[in-house]
Design a protein around this ligand. Structure first.
Ligand code: TYD
Length: 214
């Protein structure tokens, strides 16, 4: 089974992934957790270019780098694990590309579908948890004591995070459209809920949909 987590930066995905993985392991499942971009030697190098680089990257260049990282991860790690019957939990997958490079950067959504299909070999998640948070709130979580305009200049931010509030508003709107188009795959959860409440909602959704995680 392939489970993915999505949401704008700072929504709390990694905490929930850890909790879900440990819950499923307790239930006897073999669980592999991975994050995108990254996860293989080559993909980690691509991650450095994408996130740590101070240079500008064009939207198409960005798309192809994320896609190259994904192609490596899917072929080298995700598919083999799924074939062995493992549960794979991914911190971001192709919905991030549609939301960030499509709705955020403005690349053509139909063109993205083709690129995504090439990079994943048409692999799709069984379920996708979307943790919904306002961009302003996600920043406040990160920079409680700084003012928001200054926060986007911060050296602590990676290359994507320096894209600004307007960019993140478009990304969030993109996720909204994705969920609307595929309600059967997505579970939208309010990221303002308590950590334990979010976890319980995730476990409940898995049980309802797959009799899994109960
Ligand atoms: P990461 O440090 O993993 O952040 P997060 O904790 O928010 O997941 O950084 C990944 C960044 O890359 C994040 O800003 C989202 C962005 N991204 C894309 O723009 N397109 C993609 O296809 C993927 C996978 C990520």
């Amino acid at each position: 089974m392939l489970i993915t987590f999505e949401g704008i930066d700072g929504a709390g995905k990694s905490t929930q992934i850890k909790k879900l993985a440990s819950h499923l392991r307790h239930k006897g499942r073999e669980v592999l957790t991975l994050r995108e971009p990254g996860g293989t030697e080559v993909a980690e190098k691509i991650r450095q270019i994408l996130l740590e680089s101070r240079s500008d990257i064009t939207p198409v260049g960005e798309l192809l780098l994320f896609s190259a990282s994904r192609a490596e991860l899917v072929a080298e790690v995700v598919r083999p694990a799924l074939e062995q019957g493992q549960t794979v939990i991914l911190d971001r997958f192709f919905d991030s590309t549609t939301a960030y490079q499509g709705y955020g950067r403005g690349l053509d959504i139909e063109m993205l579908r083709t690129v995504i299909s090439i990079s994943t070999g048409a692999l799709s998640p069984d379920i996708t948890f979307y943790l919904d948070i306002l961009p302003e709130e996600s920043l406040i979580r990160k920079f409680s004591e700084k003012s928001l305009p200054l926060a986007f200049e911060s050296e602590e931010l990676d290359r994507m995070e320096r894209s600004g509030l307007e960019f993140y508003r478009k990304v969030r709107e993109g996720y909204r459209k994705l969920i609307e188009a595929e309600p059967e795959r997505f579970v939208r959860i309010n990221a303002r809920l308590k950590v334990q409440e979010i976890h319980q909602e995730i476990v409940r959704s898995l049980r309802e949909r797959f009799d899994e995680g109960s």
